[in-house]
Design a protein around this ligand. Structure first.
Ligand code: ZN
Length: 290
């Protein structure tokens, strides 16, 4: 989930220094690898399987989001990698691992105007020359009942009996659950689960009776969460003004990090694909700190 992607124009500032010869070098390597890797599983077979599994045709996303196969290859798939963000940095890491399919949550395309120049060109060149296909799943992966970021974060925190939550775009995007935990206990679980302490906006009481989750960047939509009766709302990030709004609404808001709350889906999906299609599987960890 990313409410900030509505106006995003690819690519963001990748901050990766100047051009080097890696794409050219990797291109030569990929030529050598082509003959060795043509026996991989059909990319189309995997891509179509993912489309069906994630119900890509049914789930409305932000305008401009492209769910499904974004970059193809001609060598099949034997090694799938997962990453939260599709970027030059994560693609470089995936190529260095010898991957031929990358599953990402934040894909490459969010705008209709995307000239292939500068870093954009470098990224496309690297993908094509190395034979790395890229499949992106944004909202379909957030909301999936088995591989979704929301369900998996809830389960990792130990929440039971999950219910639909956060109605937007024609469907419930998140999950909620009743608890008898203190806010302190929930924050400790978040810290353990995500590997770092979350940011807590203490607008509500000390106890969590109803906890709602929408992974990613849903902080700007606190009113939807409050209107659905939760006293504690977990999401990845939000604007500064949400501190005052959380107090006004009388709810606790816990920001666990946009990146950290959205590693679950791509990892679970890629592990599932690896098992189903007998592929090698890796995770490219490239935390944003946000
Ligand atoms: Zn997101």
């Amino acid at each position: 989930m990313d409410f900030n992607h509505r106006n995003k124009i690819f690519p963001p500032d990748l901050g990766l220094g100047g051009r080097n010869n890696s794409a050219v070098d990797l291109g030569l390597v990929s030529v050598l690898c082509l003959d060795e890797r043509v026996s991989g599983v059909s990319l189309r077979k995997i891509s179509e399987y993912c489309d069906r599994l994630l119900k890509v045709d049914e789930i409305e996303d932000w305008s401009g989001a492209v769910n499904g196969l974004q970059v193809e290859n001609r060598i099949g798939v034997s090694h799938v990698v997962a990453a939260v963000d599709g970027s030059l940095a994560t693609v470089r890491k995936a190529v260095s691992l010898g991957a031929d399919l990358m599953i990402v949550h934040h894909g490459l395309f969010w705008s209709s105007k995307q000239p292939w120049v500068g870093r954009n060109y470098e990224l496309m060149e690297l993908l094509v020359q190395s034979g790395l296909a890229l499949y992106s799943s944004h909202l379909p992966l957030d909301v999936h009942p088995r591989f979704g970021n929301n369900v998996l974060l809830a389960k990792a925190l130990g929440l039971k009996t999950l219910e639909p939550f956060f109605f937007d775009r024609g469907r419930n995007l998140g999950v909620k659950a009743k608890t008898r935990w203190s806010v302190k206990a929930l924050v400790e679980r978040m810290t353990t689960t995500l590997g770092h302490p979350p940011v807590v906006l203490s607008g509500g009481g000390d106890q969590c009776r109803a906890v709602g989750i929408v992974t990613g960047g849903a902080g700007a939509e606190l009113k939807i969460a409050a209107a659905e009766g939760v006293d504690t709302f977990i999401t990845g990030e939000g604007p500064h003004w949400t501190h005052a709004l959380a107090e006004e609404l009388g709810i606790n808001v816990i920001y666990g990090g946009h990146y950290a709350t959205e590693t679950f889906g791509v990892r679970a999906l890629s592990e599932h694909l690896a098992k189903r299609f007998s592929l090698k599987c890796s995770f490219v960890d490239h935390p944003t700190g946000l």
